[in-house]
Design a protein around this ligand. Structure first.
Ligand code: DNO
Length: 351
């Protein structure tokens, strides 16, 4: 297992590479060019600038999260081919720079969705919260507007270029089905995976977060059966998973069983915990198994049993010790660092 830490880049993340260096065990930075609109070709100059910066701080650049997929590809519009060509060329350039794994998602319109970014927990910290009934009754545009008002950073999946076109994008998805999305994902993979095989990059799709349809939009990477279908779309080791315990955990999936079944196709794993409530709400918690609904200890033990050689990162922390005043929602320093110590603690204790 190779420990990593997600970092949003100079000037875009208040956590510093120097701080990350002091967390035991972190080998690599999970990075991206966060200002790059989906579908655009990444320049070698920008890639190499990031590489130099991260490597100078003593980390590898093996994992990119994410190279975002343009909406036209998900919608299956004729314009998708241009964006797929850009995607393939970006992968070639990333491989040349030394990247090994690329994380992406195939969720229509939104990436991860929550109804509150700073929901209080009983211990005085706060965390990302999902309130099911609110999602069912709110206009998505109004929700995003309320949420973004509280933060001064651009969050992945909620980039200004995407949000500006939200109304129009929703219109494009009218009458769009889960089967349409499956077909468009297959089309994308059939073009991209051969390039990955050629250049040695492993693709890891991120499960849908939450792992059920919202706002009437289909979501397909949600459970074991669908993951199986996904992996068979292109049955290559380069077509794999970025398993996320919190995303799949939002729909009560049996994570150890999923890991047992697909271990050789998991290239990257996000470990976090959430507490699920009976009404479908959930809140993010500390990484500790007994604090949430995901048995994180069993997850780590199962990875160990399979001699997991891929990349792992602690996912969304709570905001603790006042860091909600400066850190990105879900991506502060302290709770993710505690999460790493928990993950490594369990891992190191295994024979
Ligand atoms: C949320 C993240 C996701 C993830 C993308 C992958 O915090 O795990 O935004 O990066 O879905 O493309």
């Amino acid at each position: 297992m190779h420990m990593t830490f997600r970092w949003y880049g100079e000037g875009n993340d208040k956590v510093t590479l120097g701080q990350i260096k002091q967390i035991p065990g972190v080998e690599g930075i999970v990075w991206s060019l966060h200002d790059m609109p989906a579908g655009e070709l990444w320049s070698e100059e920008r890639i190499n600038k990031e590489k130099t910066l991260i490597e100078a701080a003593g980390f590898n650049i093996d994992v990119v999260e994410s190279v975002n997929v343009h909406e036209d590809i998900k919608l299956g519009l004729p314009s998708r081919d241009v964006y797929i060509d850009n995607y393939k060329e970006t992968l070639r350039r990333l491989a040349k720079a030394g990247v090994k794994v690329v994380c992406y998602n195939f969720m229509p319109v939104f990436d991860w969705t929550r109804t509150e970014l700073f929901h209080p927990l009983p211990d005085g910290s706060n965390a990302l919260f999902f309130e099911k009934s609110r999602i069912e009754n709110i206009d998505p545009l109004a929700l995003i507007e309320t949420l973004s008002r509280n933060v001064d950073v651009t969050m992945p999946g909620w980039e200004p270029d995407r949000l500006a076109k939200l109304k129009q994008t929703f219109k494009q998805y009218e009458n769009f089905t889960a089967e349409d999305l499956w077909a468009n994902l297959g089309y994308f993979l059939k073009q991209v995976i051969p390039v990955c095989e050629e250049v040695g990059i492993k693709m890891g799709i991120h499960p849908d977060d939450p792992a059920f349809p919202i706002f009437g939009l289909p979501r397909i990477i949600t459970n074991k059966e669908n993951i199986d279908r996904f992996l068979k779309l292109v049955d290559s080791p380069y077509n794999g998973l970025s398993l996320c315990t919190g995303s799949l955990g939002s729909a009560n999936n049996d994570l150890p069983d999923i890991i047992d079944t697909f271990a050789d196709r998991i290239h990257f794993i996000h470990i976090r915990n959430i507490k699920r409530f009976e009404n479908g709400d959930f809140i993010e918690t500390s990484h500790r198994a007994c604090d949430g609904s995901v048995d994180t200890v069993k997850v780590i033990k199962t990875l160990h049993k399979h001699h997991f050689q891929g990349y792992v990162r602690p996912d969304h922390g709570r905001h603790i010790w006042g860091e909600e005043n400066w850190a990105r929602p879900g991506y502060g320093l302290y709770d993710r660092a505690l999460g790493i110590m928990y993950i490594l603690g369990v891992w190191d204790s295994l024979p």
